[in-house]
Design a protein around this ligand. Structure first.
Ligand code: UGA
Length: 436
């Protein structure tokens, strides 16, 4: 078994560290955030991720997993995973590589021949080649091994991924890097996981291309929703019908409020910016439209709410179900639900937001909104209910029971997850995106 380090223990790194420990490696996690380190050291997950608390508990018992702020601790390991964030730059579309560069630099004094630095962060194509020189100067080698995990399913996606992709240098150095990665991922590979070995740019592009494709699929169906709204069709039936064709596939064809989170939006923007730098902007200029379609859905949701109130939402008590960017996550980064809640508040509505896990993060992001952890309390007295993140408990709501709580039975389904006939039969005004 190997000793590995994980630099950056946020959504990606914490899950990676715990997962690597669970398959028998000794793991040290490094971060600059002392609060996060204290939580992880006490086997507490610093964010909501199903399965992570159990994994932390199980691995810390055996002392296989430790956390520290001291980068020199990586010296005990030979494989070093870089898992820090690459957010959108404050001043444009590019990815901000500050954290990736700082993470690599922080470990350089503590690595040497025989060590392998493995980038997992999502980076613009060309980043690995740029970082390789400083890593090689220590005698160590660099590989890029993009991560495809989804929040909410991160543990399963790490231990049972669809595929492993290694970006490695040419020749003997690449063979050694491949061998080292194979050793670390032995348990995962033994489960039959496909493994593809490529050069750096291909590995970097695989990740960007995958997220761009997923974003495109979602915006495609949302564009069809726009057409259904104009022509009077039902996008959910349309999605079922085209999705049956297995060349198309039904997954990621759920029309609604669109995509958000810390990945898809910033990744397509960074891809547009990077392609422009490379003189290949035309190749991905369609992604600008993908982004625009996605953001239009939020505007359309606000329009729909205004429409239901005959154009004036001032003083209307609106309850927003969902603050996280998707269910089974407490992540509110670029959350479509929160964006709509804030826009309605700006229009004068009295907005109360509830979410099973995301309230604390949402409050930091949108402090002007009112939050209510308890679902029943949040629904009581509402003039309008907007379902904007499709948590299981919201999908299961009983229209007759909820009607008893609200002041006015008006429901806007931003994720097309409720049965319109059932809600209408219970006396509700039901409106949705892309559906009559
Ligand atoms: C995404 C990718 O799915 C992962 O493979 C990737 O590793 C990750 O980004 C990353 O780059 O780190 P994630 O952001 O966790 O994962 O969330 P997704 O499950 O992809 O959902 C993204 C957004 O699309 C959510 O806001 C979701 O509500 C929305 N969505 C998804 C739809 O609007 N419709 C759909 O049919 C599917």
């Amino acid at each position: 078994m190997a000793t590995v380090s994980v630099v950056g223990v946020g959504y990606l790194g914490a899950v990676h560290a715990a997962s690597m420990a669970s398959i028998g490696h000794t793991v040290v996690g490094i971060d600059v955030d002392e609060r996060r380190l204290a939580q992880l050291s006490a086997a507490r997950a610093p964010f909501f991720e199903p399965g992570l608390p159990e994994l932390l508990e199980q691995t810390q018992d055996g002392a296989r997993l430790s956390f520290t702020a001291d980068p020199s601790a990586v010296a005990s390991a030979t494989v070093h995973f870089v898992c820090v964030g690459t957010p959108q730059s404050a001043d444009g579309l590019h990815a901000d590589l500050t954290y990736v560069r700082a993470a690599v630099e922080s470990i350089l004094p503590h690595i040497g021949p025989g060590h392998l630095v493995v980038g997992k962060s999502t980076v613009p194509v060309g980043t690995a080649a740029e970082l390789a020189a400083s890593v090689r100067a220590t005698g160590a080698e660099l590989a890029w091994n993009p991560e495809f995990l989804r929040e909410g399913k991160a543990v399963q996606d790490t231990l049972r991924p669809d595929r492993l992709v290694y970006g490695v240098p040419d020749g003997a150095a690449g063979e050694r890097a491949t061998q080292q990665l194979d050793e670390v991922y032995r348990t995962v590979l033994d489960r039959g996981t496909p493994r593809l070995v490529a050069d750096y740019p291909t590995a970097e592009l695989v990740k960007t291309a995958a997220n761009s494709f997923l974003a495109t699929k979602i915006s495609f169906i949302n564009a069809m929703a726009e057409l259904c709204e104009s022509a009077g069709g039902d996008v959910t039936v349309l999605a079922d019908a085209i999705g049956i064709d297995d060349r198309i596939g039904r997954k990621f064809l759920n029309a609604g409020l669109g995509f958000g989170g810390g990945c898809l939006p910033k990744d397509i923007r960074a891809f547009i910016a990077r392609a422009d730098d490379l003189g290949a902007g035309d190749a991905v200029s369609f992604l600008k439209e993908i982004d625009a379609i996605n953001l239009r859905r939020r505007d359309r949701m606000v329009e729909l709410a205004l429409d239901v109130c005959d154009g004036d939402i001032t003083g209307v008590r609106v309850t927003v179900l969902g603050a996280a960017f998707k269910p089974d996550s407490d992540d509110t980064r670029d959350s479509p639900a929160l964006a709509v809640a804030a826009a309605l508040h700006a229009q004068g509505a009295v907005v109360t937001v509830t979410d099973p896990e995301g309230v604390a993060n949402a409050r930091l992001r949108e402090p002007a909104l009112t939050y209510e952890e308890d679902l029943t309390a949040a629904l009581t007295g509402a003039d309008m209910v907007l379902l904007l993140t499709e948590w299981a408990q919201y999908r299961r709501l009983d229209p007759t029971e909820v009607r008893e709580l609200v002041a006015q039975p008006r429901l806007l389904d931003g994720r097309n997850v409720l049965d319109p006939a059932e809600w209408r039969a219970a006396g509700w005004t039901y409106r949705a995106l892309g559906r009559p």
